[in-house]
Each structure stands twice: as structure tokens, then as C-alpha cells.
Design a protein around this ligand. Structure first.
Ligand code: ADP
Ligand code: MG
Length: 694
């Protein structure tokens, strides 16, 4: 249970004064729905009114605060639509305050003639004089608190004003309890870091632009807190998983030999090495929790298959979970021959299986008649029971987060776990996302692949592109055409694809097909099948084809609005072509003009096909938050830490977490107790739960 002392922070944001349901929805969009979400949202900007120049010495256009005497009101003549003016002065000169659509009674009350006022805003030159239009603040110098000298600006959205967010943050700060210190005193001292509450106070009360930087002691401390929570949770999950009783999986090698004999190619060195690591894990009595990272087309599927065959040799079963139905079916088809050759029974189960047919499959699974079950996440539902599941493979891991991995481990008897991802991520990121697993890398691609000719082309040359596609299609080539990803709306996303489909139908007739995420499974399959068979030459798609789809005959990948995609995603999409010995190409269509960063990013793709290099560069150019993109990517989203800027802190947090787990595995010491609070603070309840699970 979350410590009571944290309760005020985990209340709904509507508990804050001034935040009703309407504003809550908006705040929810920029921060989150709980008070702690506001606490962990750093300001992104700062308004600084601390400059106090004299009127005649103030630079034009700069924000400043003036102490002036209100000399005289100068209302416009009746009936004229002129501004209302108020003349003020100090010992250096005069300034005119200018108000359009003024309410005279209000101004007379706020600015009584003959009195002193603090006026804050930007001073401008007008016809040789000095004036200020609509000052931000006009307050009595005896009540300076009515004007904040520094105003943090938080992320905003339409309908949500800076002052609402600011008040919400200020009210949130009032609820922050004193918590026991979870960091080591010596570590704080050597970094000159403040305690948690002081750090938060500094975070939300910047006094200078430099206070917004990622390198301030306060921000570093908070980033370290977040990273430590992340690393500690991952190590705890990993430990719980490995400790959960595994089994020794070692067969006689007969089925494997048959499967190998039927393989139409030789394994690459990297595939062999990965298999060696996998088999070693499987033989060990500890539970395997291993990630296989390999670029698109590096041949992960076959590695998974051999691992599954090894499990079946011992009389057990294996399961392969894919993120989409298309992919599940594709695995089924591409492995069918090998499975037959090895004499293993393979079956597919997706959300589409219903009624009798489904019951029958489930019965066969329970009886152990099915050796390998391939499917979507449906295969890990409650109702599905294996006779003896020894190995679970999750393909294309980046669609599943740590939380899904936790879910898998919580279910029933615990199979060895092999996770495969085509998302090459930089080392630092791997630590934050996959810190709970061992990692193998397939760094080499099967021989004979030709480089993909990658070009960037402005969208206004669409006609030429279409003409080029026509020529290619006439030569019997196949083309993917990916339509823009519009983040705000799936509907728009779809419209773009449908519009392109209609337009290209005029050119290519029934040789063009459309596949998107809103289609039913059978509809998708029908289209994909026609593409695989060659009945379709051009396949218009949303990003549903991003993951794993394998049509070796396709040689051209066209991506519209490439500037809207993440680099890793573009790399994934491009990886759909270049899968045979034929030369292939990728056209990145962009909307002109491209910004500097966008140009640099697309250039990286033109210059490299090395997924790891692309990922490193992307991280460098954009920072981690963007790189990881949408929340469903399965990567942790850090709120205070920045993986690029705080990578040294990450390494330290990793070491720290290791030491904690070694010395105080149950978190029972004083520091351990405090660390539990830290884990709750960053919503790693899942990890804390494992402590009591035993
Ligand atoms: P990914 O790693 O992207 O999942 P796949 O496993 O789908 O890649 O493999 C891509 C293609 O490469 C498949 O057609 C597969 O049969 C082929 N392949 C895999 N390993 C080898 C190899 N060692 N030599 C030649 N082709 C291979
Ligand atoms: Mg794959």
C-alpha cells in the first residue's frame, strides 16, 4: 500500500482550489490527472519582472517593473474611439500608460492620481515619448505580494492559461510533505544536491532562466530520483522473475537437427551466437528473461523458432506472441515448412477465433497436441491454458511495455521468456527500458542484401513520384505507400490514406489496395494476401505495416510526410523493402520547407541503414522524449530526467540500484523504507508489490 503520507499528492487534481472538471481535463493533457503529475511537471519557461530600472533608463521592449507616481488621467474625449491614457513619472522622466477599451472607473480605482504604484510590463517608444500599453500588473507598493516577481510557465494547451497552471503548481507545492531521505547523504553532499523538498521548491520557483536548465543541482537531484526509481524497479522485477522457479530445458537435439536440415540458408554468425546464449539460458535452472535486439531483417524469427523447437524437444510447449494479427499470420506462414520438416504442430490463435473452433483449439492446447501456439496477446488471456508451456516468445517488443512483461510473469507457471525487438536503441536507453532483462544483439544481416537507395523528395513533386511508380509497376515491381501519421487524430490519419487510395485507383485501377488499422482482421488479411500473391502492385497503408511485415518482392517504399515520423519508425518502415536480392528504394516525401533539424534527421536516413547509428543520432538531435515517441512505444517516459543530458546520472543510478538490491533486497532498512516511498512517488507500485509477493 502506498504510504499515507503520499496520499495528498495522489489525490485527483480536482482537489486543488480552482480546478474543476473542465480545467482538470486540460491540465490532464499537459501534466496528468493526479496532483503528483503537476508536481513532476517542470516549468518550461519563466517570466522575470525583477528588473527595476528608472523610466528613462529602461531599455525598450524588455520586461521590467517601475515604481512611479500616478500624475494624471487623460481619458479620451467622449465619443472618440481613442485609448485612455494615464501619465506617470519618476525622478528621471515620464511614461504614458495606454489602455484600449478601458473601463474608466476601474482605472481610477487602480491608479489614483497622486499615489505611488508598481507598474510591470514592457516599455516602448512612441512619438519620442515612453509608453506602456496594458501593463501586466499595477499594484500598490505596500502590497508587493500582489505581483509575482517570477512566474514559471508550464506546458499549456488551448483553454489552459499560464496563471491556472501556476496556481495549480503553487497549491500543489503546499501539499508536499517532508519525506525521509532516500538518497545517501554522502552522495548528496558530494554533488551538492539539496533535499527532495528543497529541490522541488527550486524547480517550481525559478528565479532566473538558468534555473530552468537540466544541469541545476535541484533538477539533477530530481532527475536522479526518477532514474533511481526506474532502475531500482527494473532490477527488482528482473530479480523476481529470475528467482521465480525456472526449469532446465535441454532436449536431445533431434528435432533441432531436422529443422536445421530443412533451412534453405546458413545461419549468420550473429544468429548462431544469439542462439548459443539463448540455449545456455534455457539449460540453466534459472528462468530465462532475455531480449534479442536485432535490426529489421536481421533474422530474429528463425532464432525464435529454434528456441521454441528446443523447448518442444523436452516434451513441452512454446508460444509466440506478435503485436498484430497480420504479423501472427505471417509468422505462421513463414514457419510452416520448417515446422512440418521438424514434425512440430503449430497453430494460430487470435482474437478472431470464436466459438466452437476456438474451443477446439483450446482443448488441443490443453491436451498438449499443439506444440507451438502463435498469436496476438489473446494467447495470454486468463482462459487459455497450456498443458506445459516452457517458453514464451514476444515478438516486436517495442509495442509492449515493461508492464505487459510484468503481467506475463504474474501468470501461472512461469515459462522462460524471450523477447525480440527490432527497435535498435542506444545503450543508455536500453538500460532504462530493458534493464530488467539480459540482452543479445544480432548485429549482422543475412548476406546478399543490397543497400536501399533512399531519397528525399518534396511533396510538390508527387506527380513525378506517381509516374515513377507507374514505370516500376509496369516492370512488375511492388510498392508500399505509407500515408501520414497524424498524431492528434486517427480519423484524419485514415482520411489521408483513403484519399491517396482513391487518387491512385485512378492510375492503377484494381492493382492498388488499402490496409489500415480500423479494418477487421479478415479484411486486412485478404488485402495482405493479395499483396503477397502479387495481385496488388501498390499497397497503401497506415503504419500498420510498420512492424515485421515481410513481402520480399516489394522493392519500393514511399512514405508521405516523412518529416512527421520518428527516425526509428522510418527506419522500420524502410526495412519492409530490401528483403530480396533485387535492388530497392525508399522515397521520403516531405512537405517543403523543412526545418534544420528535420533536414538533418532525414539526411541520417539517406546516409545510413544501421539502425543503431540512426537511433544514436536521433537521440542526439531530438532528445529521448521525442525519440521514444508515443506513450504506447513501451518505453518509460521520464518527466524530470533527460536521457541525453543525464546519461551519467543514469549509469550512477544503475550502480546504486544494484548495490541496494544486493545489500537490502527487501528494502527493510531505513533507507530501504524511504526508497519504497520513492518508488510509490514515481508510480512504480508494480515493483513494490513484488516485495510482498515473496
Ligand atoms: P526480422 O529480424 O526483421 O524479424 P526476419 O526474421 O523476418 O527478420 O527475417 C527476414 C528475412 O531474412 C526472412 O525472409 C528470413 O527467411 C531471411 N533470413 C533469416 N536469416 C537468414 C540467413 N541467415 N540467411 C539468409 N536469409 C535469412
Ligand atoms: Mg520479425
Amino acid at each position: 500500500m502506498r504510504p499515507v503520507i503520499l496520499s495528498p499528492l495522489f489525490a485527483d487534481i480536482t482537489a486543488l482550489a480552482g480546478i474543476g472538471p473542465k480545467l482538470a481535463a486540460l491540465v490532464g493533457r499537459v501534466a496528468g490527472s493526479r496532483i503528483v503529475d503537476i508536481l513532476l511537471t517542470p516549468p518550461i519557461n519563466l517570466i522575470d519582472r525583477s528588473a527595476r530600472p528608472k523610466i528613462n533608463e529602461a531599455p525598450f521592449g524588455a520586461l521590467a517593473t517601475f515604481l512611479v507616481t500616478v500624475d494624471k488621467h487623460d481619458p479620451p474625449p467622449k465619443g472618440r474611439r481613442l485609448p485612455y491614457k494615464v501619465i506617470c513619472s519618476d525622478d528621471t522622466g515620464f511614461m504614458t500608460l495606454v489602455f484600449f477599451h478601458a473601463r474608466p472607473d476601474y482605472l481610477q480605482k487602480t491608479l489614483p492620481e497622486g499615489e505611488m504604484r508598481l507598474i510591470s510590463g514592457k516599455i516602448e517608444e512612441f512619438k519620442g515619448g515612453r509608453q506602456m500599453t496594458h501593463p501586466d500588473y499595477m499594484v500598490d507598493p505596500d502590497k508587493p505580494d500582489e505581483m509575482p516577481l517570477y512566474e514559471p510557465i508550464y506546458p499549456l494547451t488551448a483553454g489552459l492559461t499560464a496563471s491556472v497552471m501556476r496556481k495549480a503548481a503553487a497549491n500543489t507545492m503546499k501539499r508536499v510533505p517532508d519525506l525521509p531521505e532516500w538518497q545517501e547523504a554522502s552522495w548528496l553532499a558530494s554533488n551538492k544536491w539539496p533535499d527532495w523538498k528543497t529541490a522541488l521548491t527550486a524547480l517550481h520557483n525559478p528565479q532566473h532562466e538558468t534555473d530552468l536548465a537540466l544541469g541545476t543541482p535541484a533538477r539533477q537531484r530530481l532527475a536522479y530520483d526518477e532514474l533511481l526509481a526506474n532502475q531500482l524497479a527494473l532490477l527488482m522485477i528482473r530479480k523476481a522473475r529470475v528467482k521465480s522457479r525456472g526449469r532446465t530445458i535441454k532436449g536431445d537435439g533431434q528435432l533441432l537437427a531436422k529443422a536445421k536440415a530443412a533451412l534453405p540458408f546458413a545461419l549468420t554468425g550473429a544468429q548462431k551466437e544469439t542462439l548459443r546464449e539463448v540455449f545456455e539460458d534455457m539449460r540453466s535452472p534459472d528462468r530465462m528473461v532475455r531480449l534479442v535486439q536485432g535490426d529489421v531483417g536481421s533474422g530474429k524469427t528463425i532464432v525464435a523458432f529454434f528456441a521454441m523447437v528446443a523447448a518442444i524437444e523436452t516434451g513441452a510447449q512454446a508460444a509466440l506472441m506478435a503485436p498484430t494479427e497480420i504479423l501472427a499470420r505471417q509468422h505462421m506462414e513463414s514457419l510452416a515448412d520448417l515446422a512440418a520438416a521438424a514434425g512440430v504442430t503449430m497453430e494460430i490463435l487470435t482474437g478472431r477465433d470464436k466459438g466452437r473452433a476456438r474451443e477446439e483449439k483450446l482443448a488441443r492446447l490443453r491436451d498438449g497436441e499443439i506444440d507451438i501456439l502463435i498469436g496476438t496477446h489473446a494467447i495470454f488471456q486468463e482462459t487459455i491454458a497450456f498443458k506445459d508451456l516452457a517458453l514464451a516468445v514476444i515478438d516486436e517488443q517495442h509495442r509492449f511495455g515493461v508492464h505487459q512483461r510484468v503481467m506475463l510473469t504474474e501468470k501461472g507457471p512461469k515459462p522462460d521468456l524471450l523477447v525480440m525487438t527490432a527497435t535498435p536503441i542506444p545503450r543508455t536507453l536500453a538500460l532504462t527500458a530493458y534493464g530488467d532483462m539480459e540482452v543479445s544483439q544480432i548485429t549482422e544481416k543475412p548476406p546478399g542484401r543490397k543497400p536501399i537507395d533512399t531519397r528525399t523528395i518534396p511533396l510538390n513533386r508527387l506527380e513525378e513520384v506517381i509516374a515513377g511508380v507507374e514505370r516500376a509497376v509496369a516492370k512488375g515491381e511492388q510498392v508500399y505507400w505509407v500515408c501520414p501519421l497524424v498524431e492528434v487524430s486517427d480519423v484524419l490519419d485514415l482520411t489521408a490514406a483513403e484519399e491517396r487510395f482513391e487518387a491512385l485507383k485512378e492510375v492503377f485501377g484494381d492493382k492498388v489496395g488499402l490496409v489500415h488499422g480500423r479494418m477487421s482482421g479478415p479484411e486486412k488479411d485478404a488485402i495482405m494476401d493479395r499483396f503477397y500473391e502479387g495481385a496488388l502492385s501498390v499497397l497503401i497503408a497506415t503504419t500498420v505495416i510498420e512492424v515485421g511485415v515481410n513481402a520480399p518482392n516489394a522493392t519500393i517504399m514511399i512514405i508521405e510526410h516523412a518529416e512527421r515520423f520518428g527516425l526509428a519508425q522510418l527506419h522500420q518502415l524502410r526495412g519492409r523493402v530490401g528483403r530480396s536480392d533485387k535492388p530497392s528504394s525508399c522515397l521520403l516525401l516531405y512537405k517543403h520547407p523543412l526545418g534544420e533539424t528535420a533536414t538533418a534527421r532525414l539526411n541520417i536516413l539517406r546516409q545510413s541503414e544501421d539502425g543503431f547509428l540512426i537511433a544514436e543520432e536521433d537521440l542526439r538531435l531530438r532528445g529521448a522524449g521525442d525519440l521514444l515517441g508515443a506513450a504506447q512505444s513501451g518505453f518509460p517516459q521520464f518527466r524530470l530526467a533527460d536521457i541525453a543530458a543525464h546519461s551519467d546520472l543514469l549509469a550512477a543510478a544503475r550502480d546504486d540500484a544494484k548495490m541496494i538490491i544486493e545489500k537490502d533486497p527487501k528494502l527493510t532498512t531505513d533507507r530501504g523504507e524511504a526508497l519504497r516511498t520513492l518508488l510509490y512517488l514515481f508510480s512504480r507500485d508494480d515493483a513494490v508489490k513484488l516485495l510482498s509477493a515473496g
